[in-house]
Ligand binder design. Structure first.
Ligand code: HEC
Length: 443
């Protein structure tokens, strides 16, 4: 019953505000239009305002009993509530008695009411919605700090993520000096202790983790945490949930934990932590290509560039060069067979024989052989390219037979097949075999 009354408070506080405004308006209107009946109306309205503010005050006191609210905000809000109830009752009394007790009575009392309503109302807002009057009380925009992720491997899940949430939303009431509910959430012992019933955190056990229970219940439940100030938002709750399920490690690094898709997307959007796999050519470490071999490729009329200043892999293309891919030119490529990771021989006379040389470029991740003379038979040559992620076969004579071979290229992520001899059925079969590969058919 007590909590029911307490929950009426947020509703009832708005009544006196409306009533008082109506009363003041009636008084103002009446100044120039004095009549007995309107005087009665004014008395009645001030009486209603007094009752409404007393109701608001008593329900307010009931919510105070739940022991959650704290600080200067609460104190000022309380004083304003009392003052408004007293002043309203007094104004009603003067109306009823039709008496002026002191000079400027009307102005002074109504000014007091105005100040009380504005200040008290603002403090009340602070208490329910947090200091900054968040627009949506139960899913505010997260204000988590962005961690420097240049070194994502060094992110410590507890220190850098979970503790930051606790510090922001819980620890002003659950710290060493002021551990409400006898719970100190700033230390490991405090969080794991089960001295007083369920521990705050039970590793891998959400149902016995008091913290999880408190942040998951309805915000209207008077055990809900935090009882005042900005609430835990959805993503924060999910992060805490995940941490508990991971065994609530206090020292574990993010890189040692299991991160599912949803968590990974939260970590990216909240912290800028990008956990997506780095591509092969970003991770692999190979020595520099010798200048002679680099020059050999260049003098064979290929365009060649390093992928990045600090990366020894190279990108070779035939753009704007001769369409004739002779054996000699291919030989020059073999001088850099570990270094070529992107190769573009688009729109050339490369055929199945030439493809055999390319099969030796074991670090190839991207191969454009669109609009060349290759056929299904030639694809056998590239079956050993274990890193191949992008393959462009557009405008070639590849058919469903060739697609069947590609089924074993498990590393493939993108495949381009416009204007080939393939059929819808063949492509569907390949899609089923390589579910993670994006197949572009141009249709
Ligand atoms: C405004 C102060 C305040 C804030 C902020 C606050 N709490 Fe509390 N908390 C309390 C009070 C008071 C109690 C004791 C009453 C109760 O158990 O409901 C309590 C009790 C608890 C308990 C139960 C302790 C026990 O073992 O009985 C847990 C768990 C808890 N809080 C978790 C949290 C979490 C998690 C947050 C942050 C999301 C939080 N609290 C934020 C005031 C606060």
């Amino acid at each position: 019953m007590g909590t029911f009354i307490a929950h009426l408070h947020p509703l009832l506080v708005h009544l006196p505000i409306g009533f008082i405004i109506i009363s003041i308006l009636i008084d103002w209107h009446q100044k120039n239009n004095i009549s007995v009946s309107r005087d009665k109306l004014s008395t009645f309205m001030w009486g209603m305002s007094a009752i409404a503010s007393i109701l608001a005050m008593t329900t307010g006191i009931a919510s105070l009993r739940t022991g959650y609210f704290e600080g200067l905000n609460m104190f000022i809000h309380l004083i304003c509530g009392y003052a408004i109830a007293i002043v309203c009752t007094f104004i009603w009394f003067t109306k009823w008695k039709s008496k002026n007790y002191f000079k400027g009575q009307n102005l002074i009392l109504k000014s007091l009411l105005g100040i009380g309503l504005v200040v008290g109302g603002h403090m009340g807002g602070n208490l329910t919605h947090g200091e900054e009057h968040l627009p949506m009380p139960f899913d505010p925009k997260s204000d988590l700090p962005k961690i420097d992720l240049s070194d994502r491997d060094s992110v410590n899940v507890y220190e850098d993520i979970v503790k930051v949430i606790f510090d922001q939303k819980c620890n002003r009431c659950h710290e060493t000096g002021d551990a409400r509910g006898r719970l100190n959430m700033t230390t490991q012992e405090g969080l794991l202790s089960d001295k007083y019933g369920d521990p705050a955190i039970a590793p891998q056990d959400l149902h016995n983790s008091e913290v999880y229970k408190r942040i998951s219940m309805s915000p209207w439940n008077n055990k809900y945490m935090p009882p005042s100030g900005p609430p835990i938002n959805y993503k924060e709750k999910k992060l805490i949930e995940w941490w508990i399920l991971q065994g609530a490690p206090f020292t574990g690094k993010l890189r040692d934990m299991e991160v599912d898709k949803q968590m990974a997307s939260f970590l990216l959007s909240e912290y800028g932590i990008d956990l997506t796999q780095k591509s092969f050519y970003e991770k692999a470490d190979i020595g520099a290509l010798s200048p002679e071999n680099f020059e050999a490729i260049k003098s064979s009329f290929f365009n060649v560039t390093n992928l990045a200043a600090d990366n020894n892999f190279i990108d070779v293309s035939n753009h704007g060069q001769s369409k004739n891919i002779s054996n000699e030119r291919l030989q020059a490529l073999l001088g850099a067979k570990d270094h070529i990771t992107w190769l573009d021989l688009n729109d050339s006379d490369l055929d199945d024989d030439g493809l055999k040389s390319i099969s030796q470029l074991s670090n190839l991740t991207k191969l454009n052989i669109n609009r060349t003379k290759i056929t299904d038979a030639g694809l056998d040559a590239i079956m050993d390219l274990e890193q191949l992620m992008v393959l462009n076969l557009y405008g070639t004579a590849i058919s469903d037979k060739g697609l069947e071979k590609l089924e074993s290229l498990k590393s493939l992520e993108s495949l381009y097949l416009w204007q080939t001899q393939t059929t819808k059925e063949g492509i569907e079969a390949l899609r089923a075999a390589l579910p993670n590969c994006k197949i572009e058919t141009g249709i």
